[in-house]
Design a protein. Sequence first.
Length: 360
Amino acid sequence: MRKLILATLLFILSFSTRADVIVKGDDAHIHYMGRIGKADDASVLSWPGTSASINFTGSSVTATLEDQYGENYYNVIVDGQVTKVLHLSNIKKSYLLAEGLSTGRHQLTLFKRTEWVFGKTLFYQFAIADGGEILPAPETKSCKIEYFGDSITCGYAVEDSSGRDRGIGQFENNYLSYAALVARHYNAEYSCIARSGIGLTLSYYHQIMPEMYHLTDGGDPQSEWNFNKFTPDIVVINLFQNDAGLFYRSDLPEFKARFGDEAPTPEKIIKAYQDFIKQLRSQYPQASIICTLGSMDAVRTGSPWPDYVKKAAAGLGDKKVFAYIYNYKNTPGHPNVAQQQAMANQLIAFIDKHAPLTSK
C-alpha cells in the first residue's frame, strides 16, 4: 500500500512540476521580422519594429530579456491583439507575456516599439508553461516592405496625447506608425531602418542615413547587414524633414562638418538623394522605390523640399522609382495616431495605383 501511495504521489507531482518548454533565441520555431543581430546566446533587437513571433499551445508564456539601458518598450501581441506593453529593465530577467490563455493554438509576437537610440535588447528565450507545446514558426509572408526614415517613421511621440510632443520611450510606438500600418495592411514582412533626427545630407548629430542604412545595429558601425537576408518588394524612403529644419543653421557643428560655411545648392541636394537611391538600387535591383516626404512642415506650402524629392526620383529615369508627397498635417509636433493612419491611407492608395502588392 505504501508503495502504491508513493507511486501515486510521484505521478501527480510529475504533472504539477512539468518543465517549461524552452525556445531559445536561435530556435527555428521563432519567426523574426526586421534586422536581427547575434550576441553569444542571444538575439539582438535594435531597430524599431523588429519582432519575434511564435505559434504555440498552452496558457502561459514568458520571455527572458536584457535591455541595454532599461529604456525600451515592447508590445505583446496575442492572436493579433496588443495585450500588454513591457518596459524593460537593464538586467537580465524573465517577463510574463501572457497567462490564462484558452486551450488551443495561439500566436504571440514581441514587437519593439522604440528606436535604437533607446538601446538594443538581448532576447534569450521564450518559455511556454503549463504543459504547452511549441508549434511550427509563423510562415514568412510573401510581400516584403522596407522603410528608411526619421522620427515620423519611428512613431515618435505618437501616443503623447498631451500635445507636448515628448520624445521619451513610453510615447513612441512604431506599431502605430504609418510604416507598420501599411505593412500590416498588406500582411507584409516589415523592416524599419529609422532614427529620430536623421537626415539624408544633415542630421541633428554626426550620423546621416547613407552612413546608417547598411547596419544590423544602428549603434554599431561595424555591424554590416547582409542584404541577401531580406529582399523587399517595395522600399519607402521618408527623409529630408530634418535636412529642411537644419538647412539654414550654419552655426551648428553638424552643418560645418558637412557643408563648411555655405549650404549646398539645390543641384547638390538632389544629387545626394539620387546617390542614396542608387545605393539602395544596387542592393535591390527589382524593388519599387517610393521616395516620400511628409507630413510635417517640410511639405508646407512654399517649401522647396518636395520638389527636390520629385526631381531626384524623376531624374534617374528608373521606371520603378516613384515620388509621393504626403498631405501637410498643419499642426504642431509629430504626427499623432490619427495623422499616422492618414499617412498610411495615402501611401496605400499610392501603392495600389503605382506599385501594387497582393495582400495575403
